[in-house]
Structures are given as structure tokens and as C-alpha cells.
Design a protein around this ligand. Sequence first.
Ligand code: FAD
Length: 444
Amino acid sequence: MTEQLAESEIDQLLDGLTGFVDDVALPLEAQHAQVLNDARLAYDERGAHSPQVRKLKAEVRRRAADAGYYQMFAPKSVGGGGLGSYALYRAWERLHHRYGPARVLPMAAIAHWAYGPGPLCARLTPQASEQMLAPFMRGEITACFGMSEPDAGSDAWAMRTKATRVGDEWIINGVKQWITNSPTADYIFVFAVTDEEQRKHRKSGVSCFVVPMTAPGVNVDSVIKLFGHIGGDEGIVSFNDVRVPASALVGQLHLGFNLALEGVSTGRIYNAGRCVGLARWALDKASAYSKQRVAFGKPIAEYQGVSFMLADSAVDIYAADAISRDCARRIDSGVRAVNVFARVRTLHADAWRHGFGERDQTIRWLASSAVRAHSGRQRGDHAPKHRQRHSQGIAGKQAPRGFTLRLLCATTACVAAIRRASCRRGMSRARQSRRCGRRAADRS
Ligand SMILES: Cc1cc2nc3c(=O)[nH]c(=O)nc-3n(C[C@H](O)[C@H](O)[C@H](O)COP(=O)(O)OP(=O)(O)OC[C@H]3O[C@@H](n4cnc5c(N)ncnc54)[C@H](O)[C@@H]3O)c2cc1C
């Protein structure tokens, strides 16, 4: 059960957060626009953020930590704000709605679930806390969350990374994939099999360890580039006989999978906020443009082919927001995340019913509606460098490149999160019906 703030308190907090971003991150962004917007300067030769960009992100993190925003979702026991899922959802929704996709510095103002201080901090041993907690909370260093593997994605229990106890140490071997922030992180929370027999029963046998990325044997083999990007935040990380002390264990031995699910659940709330925020951002752009763009003598908003599309999007965004808020509140009241995320899955069901095609089309539909309303201007770029040009583009003067791709890339990540929730729902349903079956059998 998490302490819940009143709606008005959250609003006030978020006004403070966006005030901080406007006052600190945006001026930095404007000052360093050339670096941030030139991919050759923003990424290094591996495709990871360049030292200049990393320095700017670190500056925003440090100043946000000083202001108390960065660590507001970390547990109170380690000096964080202890805010729960509902506030987390609202915060990420607000940031994405206000600042739109592909904005690096505004999003550095609050700790990301996978690489900033969060619930795992409360499970560190005293030695590990001593070593990393203070700089982690101050935003000076970051971590990453190493669960997925090349052959263990949705089916995370299929993981093969192993940690073997030898004397006072653990020796870790394996490969992790898709690990966000791994190319630039200082530590990795890595999940590894510590008891193969237990793992086979898919209840326990996996443990979590915190490992410095500089430990001998840890290597970022490559940076994964998403569609249309020349750099990225996700990496493939290999572990070759990596030795860590017993104090690197996070939480209880063999019970790391529960920690992993906690992380994944927070990630889903984060992605729900991102998803709804970006959809609102896209709808705002499309509505404004359609009121302003005149075709055949009338603003295109007056044609039902356009206005129905926007109205449908507004309804779907409202539903997605309501469902996500409900999920987040339930998690804060102590309801198990696996079950409540079934509600998020209903977004897909709606998409089916509306006949949008594939099961996870809602957000893609919202994005594509916004893009379609922009028509030829859809290829405009929203990035700060182009902001002025973009508004000119909207006014019908220019059509800079990249808008469609960036919008769709941003929303695809959100769709992926909802898709993952759907998998779990499938699984939890199967488990539930097995349990119901057992109960019925007991009764008879
Ligand atoms: C941008 C990005 C960032 C990420 N960051 C991290 C991170 O920081 N840390 C981390 O550990 N992981 C991370 N991941 C990995 C992410 O958690 C996995 O991508 C996810 O678990 C899905 O695994 P997969 O990609 O291997 O897909 P698969 O599991 O191979 O699934 C492929 C397809 O099959 C479907 N499918 C799978 N099982 C079923 C089923 N039982 N029933 C019906 N359909 C099914 C899936 O829905 C999907 O459409 C990230 C991924 C992305 C794309």
C-alpha cells in the first residue's frame, strides 16, 4: 500500500516539475541544440549517446535531484520521495504530452524506472548501498535493468544467464539483450539463474545482482538501433566469468524474479504514461493544424473525414487515460500488478472492436490519425532545432523531414509495452482458469 497524494497535490507537484524543465532543461537544450540535433554529434561511433549528450543529461539529473524531482519515485527508506504508481503515471504522461517525442533533456528530470533510483534501491545490501546509493540518488551515476535475453523475452523464465557460487563470490555468465541505458550505465541489475532445478518449475531460482559495468568480463557487445535511428539507448550485454562479491546480491537469493516483475510493472505504468502523453501531443498537433489548414475553401477540421478521425482519437485517449489511472491507483492500493494490467489490455480489445486490424492498434491508430490529418506536412520534424521551421511547416510553408517516423517510433515503444501486458494477461488468465478448475474439482 503506497501513500497516495491528493489529485491537487499531484497537479501542484507536476506544475513544479514542468517549471523546472522549462527553467533548466529547455535553456540547456536550446544552448546545445547543435549537439542534440546533429546525430553525428549526439552519438558516438558505437551509436551510444556521445560524451557531450551524456554530460548534459547528467547535469539535468543532478539539478533535478537537488530540486527533489529526480528521486521522487525511489522508496522513502533510501531517501526518495516514496511516490507511487499513480504519481509516476501522471508525471510521465505530463512530460510526454508537454514536450513530445525524442526530447532527451526534459525526460532526464525524473528517474526512469529502469535506470534511475527505484524500488530495487531498498533491496541493496549495506555494502552495495555504501558503494553506489548516494551518487545514484544524486543522479551522478545511472544503472540498467538486465532481464531480457536473446532467447528469453516474453518468456523471461527461459533465461540462461547463470550465477554460480564459488566461495564468497558469484561468477556470472550469459548474455542480456535490449537493455535500456546499458551503453552508458555505470551499474547493471542483472537477473541470473542461481538454482536450475527451481527455475524449471518457474517459481523461483532466479536472483538479482548489482554489477559495475566496468567489472572485468562485462561487455556491451553492441548498441541496438531502432528503426530509422543511427544511435540508440538499448544494448546487448555479455557476461564472461564476471566475479562479484556476495554483497552484490539484491533482495533474497532465488527470489529475484519477483523483483524483476516489480520492475516490469513499473515499466508498464511508465509506458502507459508515455503512450497517453504522446497520443495527446499528437492529437493537439493534428487538431491545431486541421483548424488552420484550408482546403477547398474550408479549414479541413470542418470535413467530417478529418473531424471524425480526431474525435475518435480523443475518445480513445480518454479511455486509455482512464484505464491507466485506474490501474495505477489499484497498484498503489496493493492489488497485484499482473491482474490489474489486464485492464490496460482492454485497449487492444477496443481496437479489435473498432476493426483497426491488429490487436494493439489503438495507439498506432491515434498516431496515424494525427499523421493523416497533417497529410503532406506529416514529414515535418518536431525536434527543437526545427521547432520554428515546424510551425512554419504547419502554416503551410515547409515540410521538414522525420515527423512520421519519429512519431511512429515513439508510439511503437508504447504499443510494445501494452503488448507485453497482453502476453502476461494471457498467461494470468490461463493460470486463473487452472486455479478455478482446481477449486471446482475440490468442491465436487
Ligand atoms: C525499446 C526496448 C527497450 C527494452 N528495454 C529493456 C530493458 O531495459 N531491460 C530488459 O530486460 N528488457 C528490455 N526490453 C525487452 C523487452 O522486455 C522484450 O522485448 C519483451 O519482453 C518481449 O520479448 P521479445 O522482444 O523477445 O519478444 P518475444 O517474446 O519473442 O515475442 C515475439 C512476439 O510473440 C508474441 N508472443 C510471445 N509469447 C506469446 C504468447 N504466449 N502468446 C501470444 N503471443 C506471444 C509477443 O507478443 C510478440 O509479438 C526492451 C525492449 C525494447 C523494444
